[in-house]
Ligand binder design. Structure first.
Ligand SMILES: Nc1nc2c(ncn2[C@@H]2O[C@H](COP(=O)(O)OP(=O)(O)OP(=O)(O)O)[C@@H](O)[C@H]2O)c(=O)[nH]1
Length: 289
């Protein structure tokens, strides 16, 4: 059985950093994982692990911009469409991996998660190849700074989930930037938080955060804004699809929790046969000695 985890989310959410930590964790657990890069704009120095499959071997943003004269946004869309027309290339590249865990670092263009057909097409191909797939969608903890920004993140996660229809885990990344001290004014998401108990309202989104009086007071003169908020509150209440796992990469338990959710979601290892003693080699016990 092969597994693929799509690491998704808006630009700068921490996808590449999470992918690297994920692979380090797999390695430490004697599991075989590989990085797949699907970001045609990734800098060559971006990766701590060399990608085994790299969209830039097929098409890179740099080449599209210099050879076809596209700007950066049009160039990216061109790259995704080019890959969609050449999915046989990707299928061939994916063909060589058995019993492996592929960590697929996706691009951060938000349109990919809302309406572009690239990711649904990719998921269909992975399914056809019999690769069990799930998505991790990261938004960064700084979204908790401002409740409107936060709910736009919740809605983008919801829209991406509905668009892809695969097992899905939402992650609130960069939790190391959050402190529980509301009096400490410097940096990160801490200004938006009022004590640690409030974090739960963000991890399991509480629509009342949006409908609260503080929100109304900020916009007292705009009843249409209030009506829009009420409609969004209703939508989130009626479809409680989104909740977040906190990810603090400075805490190994936090990463392990996220990875065990990914494993559980993909039913990792359920089809594996237990190893017979003669199948085990010395390396399997290296750490224990
Ligand atoms: N404090 C902190 N910073 C982080 C964490 N994860 C990522 N960063 C920083 O956030 C920035 C963006 O991280 P990336 O991993 O490149 O984010 P990305 O989502 O892959 O970015 P794009 O590919 O451009 O969309 C970098 O400066 C990272 O060092 C984290 O857990 N904590």
């Amino acid at each position: 059985m092969r597994y693929a985890v799509l690491v998704t989310g808006p630009a700068g959410a921490g996808k590449s950093t999470f992918s690297t930590s994920f692979l380090t964790h797999l390695q430490a657990s004697h599991r075989t994982g590989h990085l797949v890069n699907l970001d045609p704009a990734a800098a060559s120095t971006s990766f701590e692990y060399e990608p085994v499959i790299d969209i830039r071997d097929l098409v890179s943003l740099e080449d599209v911009m210099s050879e076809l004269g596209y700007g950066p946004n049009g160039g990216l869309v061109y790259c995704f469409e080019y890959l969609m027309q050449n999915m046989d290339w990707l299928e061939e590249e994916l063909g060589g991996f058995d019993d492996d865990y592929l960590v697929i670092d996706c691009p951060g263009q938000i349109e990919l998660y809302t309406h572009h057909p690239f990711l649904p097409t990719l998921v269909r191909h992975l399914n056809r190849l019999g690769i069990r797939t799930c998505a991790v969608y990261l938004i960064e903890s700084q979204f908790m700074e401002d409740r409107y920004k936060f709910f736009s993140g919740v809605l983008s996660a919801m829209s991406a989930m509905v668009n892809l229809e695969i097992p899905w885990i939402n992650v609130m990344s960069k939790m190391d930037l959050v402190t529980s001290n509301p009096d400490n004014p410097s940096g990160g998401a801490r200004n938006g938080l009022r004590g640690r108990k409030n974090i739960a309202r963000y991890l399991d989104p509480d629509p009342l955060l949006l409908a609260s009086r503080r929100g109304e007071e900020a916009n007292p003169s705009n009843p249409r804004f209030h009506a829009l908020n009420q409609a969004i509150v209703q939508l989130i209440e009626d479809h409680p699809l989104v909740s977040f796992l906190p990810l603090d990469l400075t805490d190994p338990d936090s990463l392990e929790t996220v990875i065990s959710h990914v494993d559980y979601t993909m039913q990792y290892g359920e089809d594996e046969e237990p190893k017979e003693p003669h199948d085990l080699d010395e390396g399997d016990f290296k750490d224990e000695l």
